[in-house]
Design a protein around this ligand. Sequence first.
Ligand code: GLN
Length: 494
Amino acid sequence: MTDLTDLGVAAIRDGVASGEFTATEVATAFNTAVAEAQDALNAFIVTTPDAALAAAAKIDADRAASKPLGKMAGVPIGMKDLFATRGVQTTAASKILEGFKPEYESTVSQKLWDAGAGMLGKLNLDQFAMGSSNETSAFGNVISPWRRPDDTAPLAPGGSSGGSSAAVAARLAPAATGTDTGGSIRQPAAFTGISGIKPTYGRCSRWGVVAFASSLDQAGPMARDVTDCAIMLEAMAGFDPKDATSLDLPVPEWTAALSADLRGKKVGIPREYRLDGMDADVARAWDEGIAWLKEAGAEIVDISLPHTKYALPTYYIIAPAEASSNLARYDGVRYGLRDLPDGAGLQDMYAATRAAGFGPEVKRRILIGTYVLSAGFYDAYYTQAQKVRTLISHDFTNAFTQCDVILAPTAPTAAFALGENSDDPLAMYLNDVFSVPASLAGLPAMSVPAGLDRNGLPLGLQIIGKAFDEQGVLNAGLAIEQRAAFTARPARWW
Ligand code: GLN
């Protein structure tokens, strides 16, 4: 019998529906895989094997009773610990939320349960989704299942959705939720050889997702392939009156319309993304991707996104500014941790709680954000950044008069080792150079595996699409997937 943990979303759903195996067998197989890997990979903050089994039992009973089964029926998934889950600890990987058990369920997780998915556990992440390596979690690093040859140095699974990427790559879950504010679905997907899509801003409800930078945050699926991403995104997306920025549009049937035939499509190659001193393997993967899309029938056009060089500084003003405001709510009164020194007043409690509860990267962002929003500096930094954000968005609007999708690398390098960038915040921020522009413009963008670098580590290619055109992004992703024929997987050492 096939190892059930080798199956993806579509294969599990179809196998459960046809009676080839039961949802309970699937949940049991993944629960075992999760338990066996937890000490080595630390992908989960809490595991919920009983929740996975309960969801599976319901699907098995529904099937026995010939009830209709949902899009994700019988598929156990990992839930990034940024989504509020009723009665299950939700921490955003911060000590300040340790012990917080929400009384409510996020819209996206509820939709997944309604579609028949079950929860294997809450996945580790960078604290409040701030980071690119999962090293800012208060619950320890996630270790990538990938290693360099003959080298046991632990590698970063990417971030902030590092628990999600590690779990899917290590076959602990067929799919997982991620969130992406400046690249947190795409970069970890690229680092671990899986696929992930950040949809158009507003496609997935932010209700019940712990807020980092509200004008950028978007949820999306991370899975083994493009089809599984499309299926899961259909289950996650949709209008939600509880999120004021939710898009009031029907959810297209992306899976049914998947096509790798790109005849008549134009693919833009942004010249500003070709950085001086670019990693040779990343450049090669990009060139291969261009050739594959040409082979799929697309016409390749040279495009310019002239304000690209301002994207990182703009992002690292706007995201911390919004974070400093969003994180003001963690004050020791309403959620989680409370540090109330003897004889302390309210202000002392706020200060003590926030000093003890937030990690160093979160404090750095709050300080930067508070600074750029402060009276004397607001116009010089925040207002200016908002203006540049508009210019970056216009760059894309102009580019999309010449092409249908854009192809670029996802990240400037393959996975780095843990500790390699963690002492230097700027080096870490530079990792987001290719992912933040699409975030600032609110556009759908996806990473798909493209091949391996000289150390045998995965590289991802990024497809950026027009607003609302997830279909164009998924189709180009599928065209790459079919030609890259990426079958590499980490050798099991855990
Ligand atoms: N790495 C980026 C940051 O640290 C993006 C994080 C994210 O998308 N959540 O802000």
